[in-house]
Design a protein around this ligand. Structure first.
Ligand code: SF4
Ligand code: SF4
Length: 395
């Protein structure tokens, strides 16, 4: 695949942060009362968790991803960000998997909101990749535009400080380059790092994306970058783009999906799909939820909660006495057609950022890029069959 043309902004990167001064960045964030959240190793994966020390980062580790496969392995260097995206995304902090919306402490009392905007956590995200930044902007469209603003998301989002990281390698399931969301971060961050691990000395090239980023950087030891260092950083991102072997052709996708609602290939995918919902839960852009009302054992305290749900769950499509999507075929079709087709009608673009999580974490290795290609092939075969046998439409 042709490497992405790099945004000219990378030429503006002129600040070098030495690896031995990296802790100063975390210290400056913590001094500002940010809860720093970043990548760390847990239960055999790179996950996002609270950090106070750079020693908690997955230095020297990388991952191996295939369809339905994820494992960690050692790197030959001590790169802090030398891994692909893991099972979690930042949405778990801005749009929590389970949250209490309001609580009523006793019958007759007015319900109280469980999280007031002023109480929202003040997160600093460390290590946000380009596809993940794009996913956050897609969720911004869902929660912050239109007639209904989500106050919980809004309060958390307004406070967040973002330290992005350009990708230096592409995972086997990444296809961000083909959907235009990576691997270079271009906007939406306060600071952006490019980690250069080449000899003689590893360093971060830093780009400033906001006034808050500039102010924070002033508290961290740094120096202007040389032309050679800027060129080395450029090569890091170019390498990631050129390594990407998967792609998704998006040009006519919406119309293709709309005209292939009855394509028999949907039944073939459904024969493999377990309807487990993993793909939707790991997806950084999926946003379906279900409400729950619970009370304590005395019946005095009541809570109204919201939890992530999925279009793969039978109950999610339960309406007036039955599910409107009773078959796996209809649920898989709904997911893919929304993600890549009707999302465009809702928000003007596709709802996929090419992170590859749904491919890695699908227990049976269903790969949406492969399925779209197979659907196109099935449609072409049907069309060819219809043309050679004009009576094939007759039933
Ligand atoms: S659909 Fe899959 S590849 Fe696209 S954003 Fe969601 S998890 Fe990532
Ligand atoms: S496509 Fe894979 S991850 Fe998604 S519901 Fe089906 S089996 Fe589960």
């Amino acid at each position: 695949m042709e490497a992405l043309p790099l945004d000219e902004k990378i030429n503006d990167l002129k600040v070098v942060l030495k690896v031995e001064d990296f802790q100063q960045l975390l210290d400056a964030l913590i001094r500002r009362d940010y809860q720093v959240v970043g990548p760390t190793l847990k239960e055999g994966a790179v996950v996002y968790d609270s950090l106070t020390r750079v020693s908690q980062l997955p230095a020297g580790w990388t991952d191996e991803q295939q369809a339905g496969h994820y494992s960690l392995k050692k790197r030959s260097d001590q790169a802090y960000f030398g891994y692909g995206v893991g099972p979690q995304s930042w949405k778990k902090f801005l749009f929590p998997p389970r949250i209490t919306l309001w609580k009523q402490k006793s019958p007759g009392e007015a319900p109280e909101p469980a999280e007031l905007p002023q109480d929202a956590p003040r997160y600093a995200f460390l290590g946000v990749r380009a596809c993940e930044l794009k996913a956050i902007t897609l969720q911004d469209q869902v929660f912050l535009t239109g007639p209904f603003i989500d106050p919980i998301y809004q309060a958390r989002r307004e406070k967040v400080f973002i330290v992005a990281v350009n990708c230096g390698q592409a995972g086997a399931n990444c296809f961000c380059a083909s959907v235009g969301s990576g691997p270079q971060v271009t906007q939406g961050y306060d600071l952006a790092l490019t980690e250069v691990t080449a000899a003689p000395e590893a360093y971060f090239l830093v780009e400033v994306g906001s006034q808050a980023g500039q102010t924070l950087l002033n508290e961290v030891t740094h120096r202007p970058a040389t032309g050679k260092e800027v060129a080395e950083a450029r090569q890091v991102v170019e390498r990631a783009a050129s390594e990407m072997s998967k792609s998704l052709a998006t040009a006519d996708l919406k119309d293709f999906l709309y005209t292939n609602y009855e394509n028999p290939y949907w039944a073939e995918v459904a024969g493999r799909c377990l309807a487990c919902a993993n793909c939707t839960l790991v997806c950084p852009t999926c946003f379906c939820t279900s409400p729950e009302d619970v009370s304590d054992l005395t019946g005095q305290v009541t809570e109204h909660r919201r939890r992530w749900d999925s279009c793969f769950s039978l109950d999610f499509s339960y309406l007036h006495g039955g599910s409107v999507r009773p078959s796996r075929q209809s649920r898989y079709r709904q997911w893919l057609t929304h993600k890549l087709g009707t999302w465009q009608d809702q928000f003007g673009e596709i709802g996929c950022v090419g992170c590859g999580r749904c491919i890695t974490w699908c227990p049976v290795g269903i790969d949406l890029t492969t399925e779209i290609r197979a659907l196109r092939q099935a449609a072409a075969t049907l069309t060819a069959g219809t043309e050679t046998n004009p009576k094939s439409d007759e039933r």
